[in-house]
Design a binder for this molecule. Structure first.
Ligand code: FE
Length: 133
């Protein structure tokens, strides 16, 4: 895909399931403890479900107990974009795929202190897992 940011809304609806569309394109949130990667700790890579970009590696994933996949860092610093989000009466930092602009989740300053202290709280619906060979 050349530039996924150029896709139209109709094209996104064709590419994604309704649940993926809601999270990635409407900044929705899957219900806690329901996502397929919440309690998933296989070795491999997590790619954007919207555009396929490599976003997170399994060695940065940890069991935060928060109900969504949690990572201490992205695969590359420029894989994700962070943006201030004041929706729902909270001040949070939204995390988006840098390549397609899809909503991934939020970042919180309560990650493991010995690994940077940051928690990337990411919807399973925004991710596709690729097992390490
Ligand atoms: Fe993407």
């Amino acid at each position: 895909m050349s530039d996924p940011k150029a896709l139209t809304d109709d094209e996104w609806r064709e590419r994604l399931t309704p649940d993926q569309y809601h999270v990635l394109r409407e900044a929705g949130t899957e219900r806690a403890f329901t996502g397929q990667y919440d309690e998933h700790f296989e070795a491999g890579s997590y790619r954007c479900a919207g555009c396929g970009e490599l976003l997170f590696e399994s060695d940065a994933k940890y069991g935060s107990g928060c109900g969504w996949p949690a990572f201490t860092r992205p695969a590359q610093s420029d894989a994700v974009e962070e943006r201030r989000d004041i929706s729902h009466g909270m001040i949070r930092t939204e995390v988006l795929c840098n390549k397609c602009g899809g909503h991934l989740g939020h970042v919180f300053p309560d990650g493991p202190p010995d690994q940077g202290g940051i928690r990337y709280c990411i919807n399973s619906l925004s991710l596709d897992f690729e097992e390490k060979e």
